[in-house]
Design a protein around this ligand. Structure first.
Ligand code: ATP
Length: 284
């Protein structure tokens, strides 16, 4: 018995930090959606009580540090599953990029094992398990487009933006999410994103309005730490993307583009700038 699952990448159309909470976490408000750039997971049952991970990507952990491993262990513990599983991760999403690749793999593992072992978990149960693994995992269980609040785990689904192209570019930098949040001074943020404006534009399916209300408070931190990301962002704007933003804590920068021909032009223009460039559709 084997199951296949796709694990798409997430992008933030907005990311706001409202304040730092007494428990040390940041209270966030973000609009997240998914793009058609995905890892592929293959899961096969093993008769022995073990979890094995393999991947063609040489740069991710294959032991208990892997989020797919952690998801499998959580499911096995919680449901008392004695059998084992072999998970192959075909990585396409750049790692530590602000695209929630690991979280999406964990969510895909929850969905896949639910089917493989016939556990009958509801979406809500999978989201609850996911929240034990990381703040972005519950969103990745269902995908779509949603507003996330709290630590990112309180989700309200909303309509998807109108269909468009997304050009993503990532420089070969390792940006630590914890480091970026650590350097953010929540009380001193000068410009918060216009989340209300973004939500109205999405509701009205107003592509121009969506592009002009994109915003991410972490951009200032990452761009000042890595001026090359700022240059990449400027380059994406110069090439004519309709809206440009950094996703999550970066360093991936994405551009929303209405027309395919323009997306192709931007993709070709950025290829000389960095190796990891993708032109994909928004998952609507
Ligand atoms: P987020 O946007 O949720 O902050 P990210 O895109 O910045 O996530 P990931 O690609 O999820 O970051 O990787 C973050 C770290 O998690 C890396 O250091 C990586 O080694 C580790 N990791 C664990 N499991 C995985 C996985 N299945 N795929 C990718 N990275 C993983």
């Amino acid at each position: 018995m084997r199951v296949l699952e796709k694990a798409p990448a997430k992008i933030n159309l907005s990311l706001d930090v409202l304040h730092k909470r007494p428990d040390g976490f940041h209270e966030v408000e973000m609009v997240m959606t998914m793009v058609d750039l995905a890892d592929r997971l293959e899961m096969k049952e093993l008769p022995r009580d073990t979890i094995m991970i393999s991947s063609q990507a040489g740069y991710i952990p294959l032991d208990e540090k892997n989020l797919a491993f952690q998801a499998a262990r959580l499911v096995k513990d919680r449901y008392g599953v004695q059998k084992g599983v072999y998970i192959h991760l075909d990585k396409k999403i750049p790692v530590a990029a602000g695209l929630a690749g690991g979280s999406s793999d964990a969510a895909a593992t929850l969905r896949g094992l639910n089917r493989l072992w016939g556990l009958g978990m509801s979406v809500e149960e999978m989201k609850a398990l996911g929240s034990e693994l990381g703040s972005d995992v519950p969103f990745c269980v269902t995908g779509g487009t949603a507003i996330a609040r709290g630590r990112g785990e309180q989700l309200t689904p909303i309509a998807s933006p109108p269909a468009c192209w997304v050009v993503l570019a990532k420089l070969p930098l390792n940006v630590s999410t914890a480091d970026v949040y650590g350097k953010l001074r929540a009380a001193e943020i000068k410009r918060h994103p216009d989340t209300a404006g973004l939500l109205s534009a999405i509701e009205a399916q107003d592509f121009g309005g969506i592009c002009s209300s994109l915003g991410n408070v972490l951009e200032e931190v990452t761009l000042s730490l890595y001026p090359e990301v700022k240059r990449l962002r400027d380059c994406m704007e110069r090439l004519g993307a309709d809206g440009v933003l950094m996703s999550g804590s970066g360093p991936t920068v994405f551009g929303l583009v209405e027309k395919e021909s323009k997306a192709e032009r931007i993709y070709n223009g950025l290829r000389g700038f960095c190796k990891d460039v993708f032109a994909v559709r928004l998952l609507t």
